[in-house]
Structure formats: structure tokens, C-alpha cells
Design a protein around this ligand. Structure first.
Ligand code: ZN
Length: 282
């Protein structure tokens, strides 16, 4: 799919699973398991899906997934599996390599969004994208380096320490556009200063849902994750975004839905829901 002067590609980087109860907050299991069946450990199937934006000057990756630095214990807890999808294979499918990437936009520094920023090579942690600038908001950078007890488990400094040592990180305010043709929307319900890229032209507008719309099942306003630091703020943010998304026919991109890359939304009875499925890479 092309928007403006960017060609868009959906880049699946891993499969994994998180506890369904944590993923759907106050929604009872009887209700959420119809949309997202769980395994015997109550984990639901998810993926990490990055968005690649390519124009004649840049190859920009939005988030990098779980990566491959995992110890066996955590790999088992989160059911992380790169047999089916990996960053290298998904980029390779479209003729790109890690060395081609000029920019990595980190929506926020949770491990399932930036684990692939770095990798282990001959026992050392090194940048996965040696020629890239990694863009991060100041607010999320500060939180990641001084997390609370609620979100400390979601931040792992191995995902960014070597990048900082190599001066590859660009800390941004996030209130103004920093790459041509990409607008920025910030949210605060899931984590502080979460950066949602928006790519638009006269006919299409794509919003990167990140963790306020992780799966298509999270479109209805009260379907909010228990991981969120301020769930009531997430609700307000969804309340503000969804009418605009419906009216202006935005394409909502899902980073974690195992089956749906993106969709348009509409109000269907009491709740907003998926309208039409959109395949980015077609
Ligand atoms: Zn997150």
C-alpha cells in the first residue's frame, strides 16, 4: 500500500502470548475468550508486527518486536517464538536487510516493542540496525530509565543501552514532526509519551495503534489492558480518537493482532468495532 511518498509493508517479527486477563482488564473471560481463545496457561495468541515505510530517501521501521535476546525462562513465560516470523526474514521477503534501515521509531520502550533494537552477536549485545537513528520520546525515555514498580518488568535496558553508548538515540519532544511526511500523536494512558506515527495523504490516513489498540478486539472503548498505567486516560484517548477515525475513514494498524494487520472502524450498536479489514502489504 502507498500513502504519500511512502510504500508501506507489514513486518511480522515474532509470535508470542500474554495473559488474556491482563490483556482485557475488566472484561470477563467468558466475553473475551470468544474473540481471543487462550491456551492452558491463559495466554492468548499474539504477534509483534512492525511497520516499514520506504521512500527514496529513507527506510523507516516503526518498532522492532520482542527480538531474540531471551533467556529460556522468559521465552517460555511469554511463549516467544521466531520460527514462523523474524525481522530478518520479514524484511528479506520484500528485498530489504537490517543494514538498509535508516530510522527506527520506538513507540515506547516496552520489551515487546523494542526487543529487536539490539541482538546478541558472538556473546555481545550489538545494534540490530547498525546504520539507523533510533527515535524515542523524552517522556518515555525518562520513565524507562526510572520505572515504577508497576511497569519495571516491561522495560529492559539491554534494548537501548548499547544504542546510547554508540550515540544512535535521538531523544525527541514528540510534539512536532521529526521525519517528513509522518505526523505524531502522543498518548499517556498505556505509558507516558507513547508515540503513534500517522501517515497520510489526500486519500488515506493510517494511525499506528501500538498499545492503546493492540488487537482488533481492543476497539470498543472499555476493552483496555490491565497493563495500562492510567486506564481512565486510555479510555478518554479512545473516546477522542474513535469518532474521528470513523468520520475520516482512518486505517488503524494493529501491532499485536495475530490475524488482522489493519482495519477501518465504525460504531455498531453500543460499541465501536472493526468495519473493513485492510491488508497493508497488498
Ligand atoms: Zn506497551
Amino acid at each position: 500500500m502507498k500513502i504519500g511518498n511512502y510504500e508501506l509493508y507489514s513486518i511480522e517479527t515474532s509470535e508470542f502470548g500474554l495473559d488474556g486477563g491482563a490483556m482485557f482488564g475488566i472484561i470477563p473471560k467468558q466475553v473475551w475468550q470468544v474473540q481471543a481463545p487462550s491456551d492452558k496457561l491463559n495466554r492468548i495468541n499474539m504477534v509483534t508486527r512492525s511497520l516499514l515505510l520506504v521512500n527514496e530517501h529513507r527506510k523507516i521501521l516503526v518498532d522492532t518486536g520482542n527480538g531474540t535476546k531471551w533467556e529460556e525462562k522468559y521465552k517460555n513465560i511469554y511463549n516467544i517464538d521466531t520460527d514462523r516470523y523474524s525481522i530478518e526474514r520479514s524484511l528479506g521477503k520484500y528485498g530489504f536487510s537490517a543494514e538498509d534501515i535508516t530510522d527506527v521509531i520506538c513507540t515506547h520502550l516496552h520489551f515487546d516493542h523494542v526487543g529487536g533494537n539490539t541482538k546478541i552477536d558472538s556473546g555481545r549485545i550489538v545494534p540490530t540496525f547498525p546504520n539507523a537513528k533510533y527515535w524515542i520520546t523524552k517522556e518515555n525515555w525518562e520513565l524507562a530509565n526510572h520505572p515504577s514498580q508497576k511497569d519495571a518488568g516491561s522495560f529492559m535496558e539491554d534494548d537501548w543501552k548499547v544504542l546510547a553508548q554508540n550515540h544512535m538515540i535521538e531523544i525527541i519532544d514528540g510534539r512536532e514532526s521529526f521525519i517528513d511526511g509522518i505526523d505524531i500523536y502522543l498518548t499517556y494512558g498505556h505509558t507516558s509519551g507513547l508515540l503513534h506515527p500517522i501517515i497520510s495523504d489526500g486519500s488515506n490516513k493510517l494511525f499506528y495503534g501500538a498499545d492503546i489498540f493492540p488487537l482488533a478486539a481492543h476497539i470498543p472503548i472499555p476493552w483496555v489492558m490491565a497493563y495500562d498505567v492510567q486506564p481512565l486516560v486510555t479510555i478518554e484517548e479512545k473516546q477522542r480518537l474513535l469518532p474521528k477515525m470513523q468520520y475520516e475513514k482512518w486505517i488503524l494498524f494493529f501491532e499485536h493482532d495475530p490475524l488482522i494487520q489493519a482495519c477501518t472502524v465504525h460504531q455498531d450498536g453500543k460499541h465501536y468495532k472493526m468495519k473493513d479489514k485492510v491488508d497493508i502489504s497488498d
